[in-house]
Design a binder for this molecule. Structure first.
Ligand code: NAP
Length: 254
């Protein structure tokens, strides 16, 4: 399956890496050049096919637009005129309005992938217009299933699902940094601090997923009465850890 890209910044490149570690060959990925240095750099680094016109995407089953900001609307309008197929946007674009303007054989889909897609461990949230063709839905699911889980949600919930899946890797990175800083402060070597904290997060998430235990059960298993863990948990409560995370999600979701 050939897939086109307009925009190969942070999320565009993460999706491309996700495709490459999946079933897609590098020469099946077409990247719009448009004089963008990032496109030229990513295409040469990953041996992708550079194209100079949107019409060249007509050999692709789908085109992913991974560009932010107000320029997205003019890109989507021009692409809709020159390319017939599935158009996906990681950023702006009104689902209903753009679908209304597209020809019958095209589809516009909104997607929010998170950065772990690049290692096949990602989450992609997608919204389709009501009554979207089953073939378009199946194609989008097949593309992103190569790089993790896919959730299809109503358009009015795309923002919050995207926030929970897509913004939180930054929160977790902060947590890794802070826990490692504290470890280093108390004498652990920096490299080992990162390794231990990262492995602990992976293991805890895996345990939660496979055991299906509630978070409170997992916490209770570690907290010996009068022990060191409950002292740390109490300090987190005192300093508003859970409230801070809730507020962060609410701020990101605005
Ligand atoms: N980063 C994430 O985790 C994430 C997750 C989900 C969704 N998103 C959304 O995805 C969008 C892109 O985010 P990003 O983080 O990938 O941004 P980014 O790193 O700034 O990348 C944007 C890319 O778009 C290119 N570009 C800009 N204007 C263009 C144009 N007119 N035609 C073709 N290419 C153009 C840029 O190329 P040059 O820099 O070379 O000009 C760059 O490659 C945003 O709306 C963001 O909210 C991001």
């Amino acid at each position: 399956m050939k897939i086109g890209f307009i925009g190969t910044g942070k999320i565009g490149k993460a999706i491309i890496l996700g495709l490459l570690q999946g079933k897609t060959a590098s020469q099946e990925i077409l990247v719009y050049n448009g004089g963008h240095q990032s496109a030229q750099k990513v295409a040469s680094e990953l041996n992708l096919h550079l194209v100079d016109e949107y019409a060249a995407f007509n050999e692709c089953q789908a085109v992913i637009v991974a560009v932010g900001g107000p320029v997205i609307n003019s890109i989507l309008q021009k692409l809709g005129q020159e390319y017939h197929g599935i158009i996906m946007s990681t950023g702006g674009g009104d689902l209903e309005e753009i679908n209304r303007e597209l020809p019958e054989d095209s589809a516009f889909v909104k997607i929010v992938p998170n950065t772990p897609v690049q290692i096949g461990e990602g989450i992609t949230v997608a919204s389709f217009v009501a009554g979207e063709k089953e073939t378009a839905i199946a194609t989008v699911k097949a593309i992103f299933a190569q790089m993790g889980s896919v959730y299809v949600v109503p358009a009015d919930l795309l923002g919050i699902y995207g926030t929970v899946a897509g913004c939180t890797p930054a929160y977790v990175a902060l947590m890794i940094e802070a826990l490692s800083d504290a470890a280093v402060q108390n004498g652990v070597k920096r490299e080992q601090a990162y390794q231990i904290v990262e492995q602990m997060l992976l293991g805890t998430a895996e345990l939660a997923l496979t055991s299906k235990k509630l978070p409170e059960e997992l916490k209770d298993e570690v907290t010996t009465p009068g022990g060191s863990t409950i002292r740390g948990v109490a300090k987190l409560e005192e300093t508003g850890f859970r409230g801070a995370l809730i507020q962060a999600i609410n701020a990101s979701a605005k």
